[in-house]
Write a protein that binds this ligand. Structure first.
Ligand SMILES: Cc1ncc(COP(=O)(O)O)c(C=O)c1O
Length: 428
């Protein structure tokens, strides 16, 4: 059995699939399902791969993990240990980053429609950078920073009108995207920021989208940015933030760049493009999310109903679905499943892995090749560490899953299972 889609520590012993030295079947028995399992070693490895890739950059560089991908406090703490800062996109995400112990100066605050509460929380936290997404936000930041007695360093998000090769719903740098300002407007916003008493312009931010498999897309952005910075005379700004977006492999045959090589190529590309124009290398920031947390996670489900329809589709229904992982329903995302206690058994059948929600679109995998399943079997979906729990809902009154972190043969619960009582607690 190939473990390439699974976390780095995945191994099969006596037919049982384990991660972090713990059998997944045992985790399911001890903690119930659905259960998110994070492999601490994979988080460390991927954070280090980013850091090593950035050594190709001649200037200073740093990383801010995109908390929207995964905001479990325990997971953020692991990444803080690796020296990463945090990219947050709301007052709520900021609270998770602070709960993990993120120092204010390592915070990068995003949002295309920040409320006063979002901005005030960022100011109160002493956020190192706030990324301005539209011109009116400068006035908002000026007003609130004045009230807080602070000068807020800002980046301005520019939209380079580059069509990244990814799903339309997660492409953010194309001309029709709701994010950022078009070139001329971004340059004007940076100039205006310089005239405000409580705002300090620090540089540009670009985020092209997510699940981007081609490094060429980043090199195209680097070339565009260098030309833009040159044309607009922005070469003296100290920072350049290239956002996140690197793709990961979800299913057999997926193209996923090697993190270290892709980051090194991108960093070298930025320096080269700027150098060609005689521009210095500003401090480079990257904001990875999916490519750090995604491969570190698997989700365990228990199989319940199994049936074959008149059309010949065999469904295996699991005890979760589109509420704990909306990605297949939202963008047709694909996943690979493993039968955790028969990991060595040959795949003999294709199952549609359905959830238990009241929608026909509640199908996690259209055709999963697996050994014959029986009710009670536990299956693992690989690469579910990003954009699952942070996007989860409680549709059909299903409480959200628990999460455990595994390392060195031990597990610890890092997110408690939600209960029906929790769901009722907000009702009046
Ligand atoms: C501004 C910004 N930075 C970083 C990211 C992280 O992207 P990814 O998880 O694809 O690395 C996102 C996600 O869309 C984002 O909006």
């Amino acid at each position: 059995m190939s473990t390439s889609l699974l976390p780095d520590t995945a191994a099969v012993a006596a037919g049982r699939l384990g991660v972090g030295g713990v059998a997944l079947g045992d985790l399911a028995a001890r903690h119930g399902t659905p259960l998110l399992v994070y492999d601490e070693a994979t988080l460390h490895n991927r954070a280090r791969a980013y850091r090593e890739g950035l050594r190709a950059y001649p200037g200073p560089s740093r990383l801010a993990f995109a908390c929207k991908a995964q905001s479990s406090v325990a997971l953020l703490r692991v990444l803080l240990e690796e020296g990463l800062g945090m990219d947050v996109a709301s007052e709520g995400e900021l609270a998770f980053a602070l709960a993990a112990g993120t120092p204010g100066d390592l915070l990068v605050v995003h949002g295309n429609n920040k409320s006063d509460a979002d901005v005030a929380a960022a100011l109160a936290a002493g956020a190192g950078l706030l990324v301005v997404d539209h011109d009116g936000e400068l006035d908002q930041v000026e007003r609130l920073a004045a009230a807080a007695g602070r000068v807020q360093p800002v980046l301005v998000r520019v939209n380079p009108a580059i069509d990244a090769d990814t799903h339309r719903k997660i492409a953010t740098g194309h001309a029709a995207s709701k994010f950022g300002l078009a070139g001329g407007e971004a340059a004007a916003a940076l100039r205006r920021a310089g005239s405000l008493e409580h705002v300090r312009p620090m540089g540009l931010h670009v985020h092209l989208g997510s699940q981007i498999a081609s490094v060429d897309t980043y090199l195209e952005a680097a070339a565009w940015l260098a030309a833009f910075i040159d044309r607009e005379g922005l070469g003296d700004l100290p920072l350049l933030d290239l956002g996140g977006g690197l793709a990961i492999a979800y299913a057999d045959g997926d193209r996923a760049p090697d993190v270290r090589a892709a980051v090194a190529a991108t960093a070298a590309g930025v320096a080269e493009q700027l150098g060609r124009r005689g521009l210095p290398a500003p401090g480079l920031i990257l904001e990875p999310g999916r490519s750090i947390a995604g491969p570190a996670g698997v989700t365990l489900y228990t199989v319940g109903a199994i049936k074959t329809t008149a059309a010949g589709v065999t469904y295996a229904a699991v005890d979760g679905g589109m509420a704990d992982n909306p990605r297949p329903a939202m963008y047709g995302a694909r996943y690979r499943a493993f039968a955790v206690d028969r990991a060595d058994a040959a795949s003999t059948q294709a199952y549609a892995i359905a959830g238990k929600h009241c929608e026909s679109g509640d199908v996690l995998i259209e055709a999963a090749e697996l050994p014959e399943l029986r009710p009670g079997d536990v299956i693992a979906l690989a690469a579910t560490g990003a954009y699952t729990s942070t996007m989860a809902s409680t549709y059909n009154g299903l409480p959200r899953p628990a999460a455990v972190m595994v390392a060195g043969g031990e597990e610890r619960v890092v997110v408690a299972r939600e209960t029906v009582a929790d769901l009722l607690a907000r009702e009046r």
